[in-house]
Design a protein around this ligand. Structure first.
Ligand code: ZN
Ligand code: ZN
Ligand code: ZN
Length: 410
């Protein structure tokens, strides 16, 4: 940490850097003429090209938010309370709950007695746990992704009953009294036996009757060279047992091919660890360089601990070297900023409570998104040109963190 700090001071005070910085400042103060704009852009680009090597830092660094700069939002220990007091919106609360699940996926729970599919997480946000329409709405707006979780085979005559099982019949006498039969081979000594004679899978029979060695790892030491079934009633041995489905509620068989399907779905948070594009990577490097030059310590992909105790992955997190105030920077580079993107940002920023939040995009945000962003103090910065974005970020930060001797713009 200390050596990095030294390095940064060294970089800033290099003569080349100083002159570029000076150029840049004077350009911003000038009325923009066509030519002036052009030279400003190229000098900015040059500045960031020459600097990108210093910005690499280890990803996933742990940071604690500075308690001095945090405003209190609800109870410090209950993440749900933070969400409830800060935003009443149920979908945002749900996103917060999904964030706490390791694979960010809501899975269905099937109740075979009541023949229902439910999502218990919904009851946490005051919704009925079988309200799949609520989840489907979040799929429509792009927040969640729906995936097939399971295909249950159910009775064609009683499709409202989910509970069915597989039954095996003897092909000779049609009895269900069928036993599984297989051979075991002790790999080490070559001893072969039927499972009804010596069942190696039973832990009490772990000693080989032939060589006397103890079997410690059944899967590794025992081979199953053959497997079939035997009918206990007619004693016939066969490997083509008749397989039927059994409707448990109404106690009758049905053919597996006549069975109907019930499809259950899981819902996963979208953009979970989306791969970063090369444009986004360049943007990220430029932003980190800029922030470091403006008296911030900036790093990318930082895990920041929020008031709830949960960690949030922030694309760029910068802390002011003088007063410890923090800036969280999010990027939605090649997509139009949508309401669901704002929703996904709200969760970490309400918990971390940075002084400033920026959302960077190469595309203009949708009109309906702007008031929402404004409400939560999210500064949307968008432009198709990378250098223009850097310029806007530079202006925004310089306005909020003037260098000594510079007047505060209003
Ligand atoms: Zn049935
Ligand atoms: Zn039989
Ligand atoms: Zn043996």
């Amino acid at each position: 940490m200390f050596s990095k700090f030294n390095k940064k001071i060294k970089d800033i005070s290099s003569p080349q850097e100083k002159s570029i910085k000076k150029n840049n400042t004077s350009n911003i103060l000038e009325e923009p003429s066509k030519d002036g704009n052009k030279s400003k852009e190229s000098s900015l680009e040059k500045r960031f090209e020459s600097d990108t090597t210093q910005t690499k830092s280890p990803p996933d660094t742990l940071h604690d938010t500075n308690p001095k700069t945090s405003n209190s939002l609800g109870s410090l220990n209950d993440p749900s309370a933070i969400m409830n007091s800060a935003i009443g919106d149920k979908s945002q609360h749900l996103l917060f709950e999904i964030e706490q699940i390791p694979d960010k996926t809501i899975k269905p729970v099937i109740d075979f007695n009541n023949n229902s599919v439910s999502y218990p997480i919904l009851s946490k946000i005051g919704q009925s746990s079988d309200n799949t329409l609520f989840l489907d709405d979040l799929v429509t707006d792009g927040t969640l992704k729906r995936q097939v979780h399971e295909k249950l085979i159910i009775c064609p005559d009683h499709p409202d009953k989910f509970s069915s099982s597989v039954k095996l019949y003897c092909p000779g006498c049609n009895s269900v009294n069928v036993e599984k039969l297989n051979l075991y081979e002790h790999k080490k000594c070559g001893f072969i036996t039927e499972n009804l004679v010596h069942d190696f899978s039973n832990p009490n029979n772990s000693e080989c009757p032939s060589c006397g060695k103890k079997i410690i790892d059944f899967k590794k030491e025992i081979r199953i060279p053959a497997m079939w079934h035997q009918c206990i009633d007619c004693k016939e041995k066969f490997d083509n047992a008749i397989i039927k489905m059994f409707c448990r509620k109404h106690e009758h068989d049905f053919d597996i091919n006549s069975g109907r399907f019930v499809t259950t779905y899981s819902y996963q948070l979208r953009d979970h660890d989306a791969p970063i594009t090369s444009d986004e990577e360049l943007m990220r490097d430029d932003l980190i360089t800029l922030l470091n030059n403006l008296n911030f310590s900036a790093e990318f992909t930082v895990l920041v601990k929020g008031k709830s105790g949960n960690h949030h992955k922030i694309p760029i997190y910068a802390t002011n070297n003088s007063n410890g105030e923090s800036i969280a920077v999010f990027m939605d580079y090649d997509t139009e900023i949508s309401q669901s993107k704002i929703n996904s940002i709200l969760i970490p920023i309400l918990d971390i409570d940075p002084k400033h939040t920026m959302l960077i995009s190469s595309l203009e945000a949708k009109e309906d998104v702007k008031p929402l962003a404004k409400q939560y103090g999210i500064q949307i910065i968008s432009d198709s040109k990378r250098s223009k974005i850097i310029e806007q970020v530079d202006e925004f930060i310089s306005k909020n963190y003037p260098k000594p001797g510079e007047p505060i713009e209003s």
